[in-house]
Design a protein around this ligand. Structure first.
Ligand SMILES: O=C(O)[C@H](O)[C@@H](O)[C@H](O)[C@H](O)COP(=O)(O)O
Length: 245
């Protein structure tokens, strides 16, 4: 696992522009090397702003050869504007020539898997496993992460079973402290399968959590501390979020 590096920007717009440019570089390099790339998207204001920045300039990315996954999802009806999938479509996916078969949305609460969120989580694991690398271990090129002020990433909140999950890659959460209570999420073991783990974090209310995680706090207390990439772990911060480093 890689140690964190920090990139600081004057504001969140500059942060998103830089993260989008870095995203393009990694995806283009992965496509040159392996033909396809795989990315895990995040919700949240900074994550969605970064997708919008990508829409404006996605360079030489071949969108038809990008597997798109989601780090977590609110278990809500299909078209609900609070779903990360719906927001990612509006910000980016509806505007670039992705292959719909390679966009792996998590289940909705009014779809075929509505009656059993555990089955919905297991089904998402199958979608990831179907994309497994030759050694059977799925690997993502980039996992984008937003972060809450208490350090949560995906739907992994402090002091919960979800953040302690050490084996399963995808789980259902039914008691999220932040609404809605029902969610599906990739776990820390899944995040650690990404070559690049990038935090997109803006605002003073994130400064304490960013400093704790970067300085090696426990994931139990600050879940973001447990998210590390195989090759790189990069914190894209605005000056306010970096103010306690
Ligand atoms: O699942 C959720 O309830 C949110 O999407 C959340 O996880 C969000 O990604 C972070 O709180 C960062 O959000 P901001 O970038 O808007 O601060």
């Amino acid at each position: 696992m890689s140690e964190p590096t920090v990139r600081t920007f004057p504001d969140s717009a500059a942060l998103s522009t830089a993260a989008a440019a870095a995203f393009v570089d990694v995806v283009v390099a992965a496509q040159k090397e392996r033909g396809t790339a795989s990315v895990v998207l995040t919700g949240g204001g900074t994550g969605i702003a970064t997708l919008k920045a990508l829409r404006e300039n996605s360079g030489d990315v071949d969108w038809s050869a990008v597997h798109v996954f989601f780090g977590d999802e609110r278990f809500l009806p299909e078209g609900d504007g609070e779903r990360n999938y719906v927001q990612a479509r509006a910000a980016l996916l509806d505007h670039v020539p992705v292959d719909a078969d390679l966009v792996h949305a998590m289940a909705s609460s009014d779809g075929p898997l509505r009656d059993d969120i555990d089955v919905a989580a297991a089904t998402y694991l199958q979608a990831i496993a179907a994309f497994a690398a030759p050694d059977g271990e799925p690997t993502f090129d980039i996992h984008l992460l937003g972060m809450g002020g208490e350090g949560h990433i995906n739907s992994l909140f402090p002091h919960t079973d979800a953040v302690r999950e050490s084996e399963r890659l995808v789980i259902a959460v039914t008691d999220s402290p932040k609404p809605p209570p029902r969610r599906i999420t990739l776990t820390l073991p899944a995040v650690r399968r990404a070559r690049q783990v990038w935090f997109l974090v803006a605002g003073e209310e994130k400064a304490e959590a960013a400093a704790a995680a970067i300085n090696g706090a426990s994931a139990e207390d600050w879940p973001s501390a447990g998210a590390k990439g195989i090759d790189e772990t990069v914190w894209f911060l605005d000056e306010a979020a970096a103010s306690q480093l």
